[in-house]
Design a protein around this ligand. Structure first.
Ligand code: UDP
Ligand code: MG
Length: 317
């Protein structure tokens, strides 16, 4: 199907010399199969191995390939962001370089986009070749995250997804530093459709997500999308205050009917002071949460469709 439309494939790469020679032809074949014009944007996230040499060779032979190379390692989420900033496509597909996300699914994602989906996200039905610990911690984390977040973040999804230009344009306005793309995508809303797939083993090389990087992403996910931890002391403090007041009443009743040990009064007093301290922390946390929301500078709202309305801007900040 010939079309004027352009697709952009965004691939973050970090120390992937072992996998790139196999990954590029499969990605290219998948893009060809869509029938659309396309560009493949590789973002080298500060690799110090032969990655850049391979990318230079690929780009020299293929005008559809663009390469951005970071001055140092900025991390996967920022590499994807740079690729999205560069992409000119009507739809963008984000895929890992290591072939864990099969490029062969791209034509199917594009079909779902043609049928009206704004976001088609890969949903991991099964994860092959990953340790029990990684699968278990990932499953627990996604569930914790979705219970804390105010927006439903789909379970068991990564960054393998297709997003329409309308969605990409909103991403461009969101310049928060600690980024958690799948959460940002959930925050935006839009028509999101899952595409279930089996996540294969890495084609070659080892994971580039060290424990430290994984923990940072996990913390970014929760802190970027939930201010509940900040206001939590408010509830705890309230509960402790109520309990200590009940304690005072119980001790008072005891001292009227029998003799209550004097230290019980002290104990209730200590609880009350702790409760008040927690309450004050919760109040401060609530204000901090509000400042944090403002500091992120996200758009106030996202418009999906306009009818007889001003087309000049899609977003109002
Ligand atoms: N990656 C990156 N910067 C990093 C870490 C990873 O650009 O600091 C890339 C990596 O090359 C791969 C993708 O992000 O294309 C996912 O990384 P990886 O496969 O190592 O993570 P895992 O699948 O094990 O979670
Ligand atoms: Mg991987």
């Amino acid at each position: 199907m010939a079309s004027e439309k352009l697709l952009s494939l965004v691939v973050p790469v970090y120390f992937e010399e072992e996998v790139l020679p196999a990954a590029y032809p499969r990605m290219k074949a998948a893009m060809e199969q869509t029938g659309y014009a396309y560009e493949i944007i590789f973002v080298n996230d500060g690799s110090k191995d032969g990655t850049m040499g391979i990318l230079r060779r690929i780009a020299k032979a293929d005008p559809a390939v663009k390469v951005l190379s970071f001055s140092r390692n900025f991390g996967h989420q920022l590499a994807v962001t740079a690729g999205m900033d560069e992409a000119k496509g009507d739809a963008l597909i984000i895929i890992d370089a290591d072939l864990q996300d099969p490029p062969e699914l791209i034509p199917q994602m594009v079909k779902m986009w043609e049928q009206g989906a704004d976001i088609v996200y890969g949903k991991r039905q099964k994860r092959e070749g990953e340790t029990f610990l990684k699968k278990f911690t990932a499953a627990c984390y996604y569930r914790l995250l979705s219970s804390m977040s105010a927006y439903p973040i789909p379970l068991d999804t990564g960054d393998f997804r297709l997003i329409g230009r309308n969605v990409a344009d909103v991403f461009l306005t969101m310049r928060e530093h600690d980024r958690f793309l799948r959460g940002m995508s959930a925050w935006m809303g839009f028509e999101s459709v899952p595409l279930e797939y089996v996540r294969h083993e890495r084609a070659a090389g080892k994971t580039k997500y060290t424990l430290k990087k994984m923990l940072k992403l996990a913390v970014d996910g929760i802190t970027g999308f939930s201010t509940k931890p900040l206001s939590f002391p408010l509830f705890l403090g309230g509960a402790v205050c109520i309990l200590s007041l009940l304690g005072f009443i119980a001790v008072l009743i005891c001292s009227l009917t029998a003799s209550a040990a004097p230290w019980l009064w002290g104990l209730c007093g200590v609880f009350l002071i702790q409760g008040i301290t927690l309450l004050l922390m919760g109040i401060q946390g609530t204000y901090l949460g509000r400042m944090f929301e403002e500091a992120k500078g996200r758009p106030l709202y996202v418009i999906a469709e306009r009818i007889h309305a001003n087309e000049a801007t899609n977003l109002q900040k």
